[in-house]
Design a protein around this ligand. Structure first.
Ligand SMILES: Cc1cc2nc3c(=O)[nH]c(=O)nc-3n(C[C@H](O)[C@H](O)[C@H](O)COP(=O)(O)OP(=O)(O)OC[C@H]3O[C@@H](n4cnc5c(N)ncnc54)[C@H](O)[C@@H]3O)c2cc1C
Length: 431
């Protein structure tokens, strides 16, 4: 196995030698070598470890178990037909052909070598925590039961589809899986797509909009709030990003009130019709909690875990997008990898404690780059002092937010255009 590096921005760990981080897209100046130290803990048993979910959390859990237990049976159940892959690349390379496993986190021989059995195209239907059984639907449609001694619940999240009239039409797509991008490519061909409407001006909506704009489609972004990335950016940064996107030819409508999606347009309540042979809906994610909830495991919008990633049910751990720790959802890539690792290690008998990881926004779109971490100064219950530099001509913006009650402590930062200060800011802003 080659040496590994860690991206200082998003925390992802991957093989050295790549030009950009496969998760957040920053360059090698933000990578640092990591020592992959083998765990001291070892406990070989003939236990059966079952992992629901073949994403980064599930893969990391499997790796952590195998590092500690050379004999156990490790099985990952995943609904998708692929090995765990770099999901964040989907919106960054929306029209690329991902069928050749190019996005895979690890190649097939890694699973063979580590004797990690991946049941692709297999859906977990229910969990019986007393009998320690999971009912599954196999890829051929048949039903089966898999037993476990320890279970790691890591099914991730799914796209929320906003309840808009026409959202069920075939050319309205969300982007979560490789299969979604396959279908989008088909729609582009079948419908001779020229006009794309992206509903949602958050990170994924804007990444998708930028990718489609680069491919010369006519792109409109519809955002219901008054600004792009309004949860992460302040008004100056949102406005600068908007101007940059518009200068690339993207049509942006904020405070958009959508009336309906028709076969060839998205119609607003004020009567405007935005032509669209393809609609990309990016209106948020929802964690998969149903199986856990039905099994009697404690949920609070997400599956509740402690610092060991234990759920309320014995022998059941949870990690990744489905999990919440200390009231904080773990919905970023590096968090999924880290919580998955802790869950797997502890399922194997180790005693790891999860060290929370911050969730920085890093976006490359419309020929610029955006970074945000911590507050954007909009919290109505706090007063902030903001130091900023804005250079409209150069397309750069830098803001640092300090809490008035403790003016020396940096509590938020935003960068647009020039992200060179990002590594330093990552170390200064508390998680
Ligand atoms: C388009 C896109 C862009 C993103 N960009 C970024 C980014 O730039 N930076 C960042 O940090 N994060 C990003 N994320 C978020 C990141 O990808 C997630 O945080 C991460 O993938 C979560 O990992 P996970 O293992 O918890 O779940 P997932 O990656 O969702 O994997 C869970 C797997 O379990 C499967 N599954 C679900 N239910 C079942 C079931 N019942 N039976 C069997 N299998 C099941 C799912 O189909 C899926 O394959 C992005 C996400 C998307 C969709």
């Amino acid at each position: 196995m080659g040496k590994k590096v860690k991206c200082l921005v998003c925390g992802a760990v991957f093989e050295e030698g790549v030009d950009v981080c496969p998760v957040c897209g920053v360059g090698p100046e933000n990578f640092e070598p990591v020592d992959t130290v083998d765990s001291d803990f070892a406990k070989d048993t003939d236990e059966k470890f079952l992992i629901i979910g073949g994403g980064p959390a599930g893969r990391s859990a499997a790796a952590a178990i195998r590092e500690r237990n050379k004999e156990a049976v490790i099985t990952i159940i995943t609904m998708e037909d692929e090995l765990p892959y770099n999901r964040p690349m989907l919106t960054k390379a929306l029209l690329a052909d991902h069928s050749d496993n190019a996005l895979a986190i690890e190649a097939a021989d890694w699973y063979e070598k580590n004797r990690i059995f991946v049941m692709k195209g297999t859906k977990a239907l229910s969990i019986d925590t007393t009998a320690k059984e999971v009912k599954v639907e196999l890829s051929d449609g048949s039903m089966g039961l898999t037993v476990y001694d320890k279970l790691v619940y890591a099914p991730g999240a799914f796209c929320f589809v906003a309840p808009i009239k026409g959202a069920e039409l075939e050319h309205v797509m969300t982007v979560r899986n490789i299969s979604d991008t396959v279908r989008i490519r088909e729609i582009v061909k079948e419908r001779g797509v020229r006009n794309v409407v992206c509903i949602g001006g958050g990170v994924m909506g804007l990444e998708g909009a930028s990718t489609m704009n680069d491919e010369d489609f006519n792109v409109t972004v519809l955002e219901t709030s008054g600004a792009l990335l309004h949860r992460q950016l302040d008004d100056r940064a949102s406005s600068m990003l908007r101007k940059i996107a518009e200068s690339k030819g993207v049509n942006i409508i904020t405070e958009a009130k959508i009336k309906e999606i028709t076969g060839d347009a998205v119609v607003l309540e004020d009567g405007r019709a935005c032509p669209a042979e393809l609609v990309l809906m990016s209106t948020g994610m929802r964690p998969y909690i149903q199986l856990a909830e039905d099994a009697g495991i404690e949920v609070d919008r997400w599956v509740v875990v402690d610092e060991h990633m234990r759920t309320s049910a014995g022998s059941v751990y949870a990690a990744g997008d489905c999990a919440v720790f200390n009231g904080q959802p773990q919905a970023f890539w590096a968090q999924a990898e880290a919580t998955g690792y802790v869950a797997g290690a502890n399922a194997a008998g180790d005693d790891l404690v999860y060290e929370p990881i911050g969730s920085a926004l890093v976006m490359h779109a419309f020929g610029t780059a955006v970074f945000a971490l911590g507050t954007n100064g909009k919290d109505p219950d706090r007063t902030f002092r903001c130091e900023y530099e804005l250079d409209e001509a150069a397309g750069t913006y830098s803001a640092r937010y300090y809490d008035e009650s403790d003016p020396d402590i940096l509590v938020g930062a935003i960068l647009v255009g020039d992200l060179s200060a990002m590594p330093e800011l990552m170390t200064q802003i508390p998680v």
